[in-house]
Design a protein around this ligand. Structure first.
Ligand code: HEM
Length: 409
């Protein structure tokens, strides 16, 4: 985004529309140095959507993330703009609730997502990954997004949710069409179609699954939602559907995003790729580095419940505060040479949130999937190379590639 000599305070992060080439990293660097809590006045195409404050440094994001009483997930929605994802739907997912209800619903899942319980799935995830890579045996080239990442992550989360494999692709399409409604390749009908067609279809298909689980409880996560009791009460139907959608969306999108960005970085820097091939024990550190530089979600948002001050900036009750993880991962006060991908760095980062109540449920699963995906891809295709221009999803929220053409050998 060309800023020229304009005062950074006059620049809106949304002024050129959803980012089609990834987050504007130079602009974020300027914001961090000159005005770290920055204001964007609105959205050109959605005049009814209010503007927002941006928290851009790791320290400010930590402050916002930890203080759920001042910065609510429930009051106003979880994305910078609610258009495309109505508030009542966001609030039906536990990511869009505040304590105590948030904590009670999250607790239903936490035992199944500890690093120890997730490690029990290693063989199964490796087998899924190998099976998907086997399909490339006869091929010279492929698209890592659609041919590798998507089928692997869809089958992994599909198996957790109790979905039949034959439905993976159609669920993936629905999740992409809903979260990526601003990108014409993911949703040619745009935001309107997401609201009028895709979200109702999610409800319709999920309601069928819910009815089946009511009749025949199983040990998958869909059954956990269907049979959950919070203070003696079952979840409402829309809370079950949106709880299901939250897990499906998080599982389908996020790991795919970071795997593809990591592979791109490795192909663009063959020396870093060589280090991993020679010493695969570095792969877990490379996963953390990829999460730091390429967090799957560019932001999540809170709404101020009262007048407050963030890093010297007054914020009024009811105003939006957006935590830009794509910025805090490049925060030069935390990282030396932040734009360099370094498999030895093994950094802490905020890609999974900054440690507050909403800290990602799926961290252990995401880390294991990323590790296996990178290990298996590099072991099979050590000479993998870029074979065309990677394409970014057009979005302020999804920080992911929609195409990553590669030559396998
Ligand atoms: C690279 C992979 C992933 C990244 C970068 C990521 C990122 C995040 C972030 C930033 C949040 C915090 C949202 C907030 O502060 O409001 C979050 C929450 C969440 N994530 Fe992940 N995620 C990943 C993978 C997964 C996976 C595989 C699952 C599987 C089920 C998952 C499930 C969730 C859930 C359920 C929440 C909501 C937690 C809550 O509200 O307490 N995530 N994730």
């Amino acid at each position: 985004m060309a800023v020229g000599k304009r005062d950074i305070r006059d620049v809106d992060l949304t002024e050129n529309g959803p980012w089609s080439d990834g987050p504007p990293l130079e602009l974020f660097a300027q914001i961090r140095s000159e005005c770290p809590v920055h204001h964007t006045s609105g959205f050109a195409w959605f005049p009814d959507e209010a503007g927002f404050w941006s928290a851009t440094t790791a320290q400010d994001i930590l402050t916002v993330s930890r203080d759920w009483e001042t910065y609510s997930s429930e009051l106003g929605g979880i994305l910078a703009a609610n258009v495309g994802f109505p508030l009542e739907l966001a609030r039906a997912m536990f990511i869009g609730m505040d304590p105590p209800k948030h904590d009670r619903i999250k607790a239903l899942f936490q035992r199944g997502f500890t690093p120890r319980r997730i490690a029990e799935h290693e063989q199964e995830i490796r087998a899924i990954t190998r099976r998907v890579l086997d399909r490339l045996e006869e091929r010279e080239s492929c698209d890592l997004v659609t041919d590798v990442a998507q089928p692997v992550v869809s089958r992994v989360i599909g198996s957790f949710m109790g979905i039949d494999e034959s439905e993976d692709a159609s669920w993936a399409r629905l999740v992409n069409a809903t979260l990526g409604a601003g990108d014409e390749d993911l949703n040619p009908g745009g935001v309107r179609s997401a609201i009028e067609n895709d979200i109702p279809l999610v409800f319709e298909r999920c309601s069928r699954l819910v009815a089946e689980r009511r009749e025949h409880p199983t040990d998958d996560l869909t059954s956990v939602l269907v049979h959950a009791e919070i203070e003696g009460e079952k979840l409402a139907e829309h809370e079950i559907v949106m709880g299901f959608f939250l897990l499906m969306a998080a599982g389908n999108d996020s790991t795919k995003a970071t795997y593809c960005s990591a592979m791109r970085a490795l192909m663009e820097d063959p020396e870093q790729k060589r280090l991993l091939i020679e010493d695969p024990s570095l792969i877990p550190a490379a996963v953390e580095e990829a999460l730091r530089m390429f967090p799957a979600f560019a932001h999540f948002r809170r709404t101020a419940t009262r007048d407050t001050v963030l890093n010297g900036q007054e914020i009024k009750a009811g105003e939006k505060v957006v935590m830009w993880y794509v910025s805090s991962g490049r925060d030069e006060s935390r990282y030396e040479d932040p734009d360099r991908f370094d498999v030895h760095r093994n950094p802490e980062h905020q890609a999974f949130g900054a440690g507050g109540r909403h800290f990602c449920l799926g961290t252990a699963l995401a880390r294991l999937e990323l590790q296996i995906l990178i290990e298996e891809t590099l072991a099979r295709y050590p000479d993998i190379q870029l074979d065309g221009t990677p394409l970014h999803v057009r979005s302020f929220f999804l920080n992911q590639l929609k195409a990553l053409p590669v030559r396998l050998r």
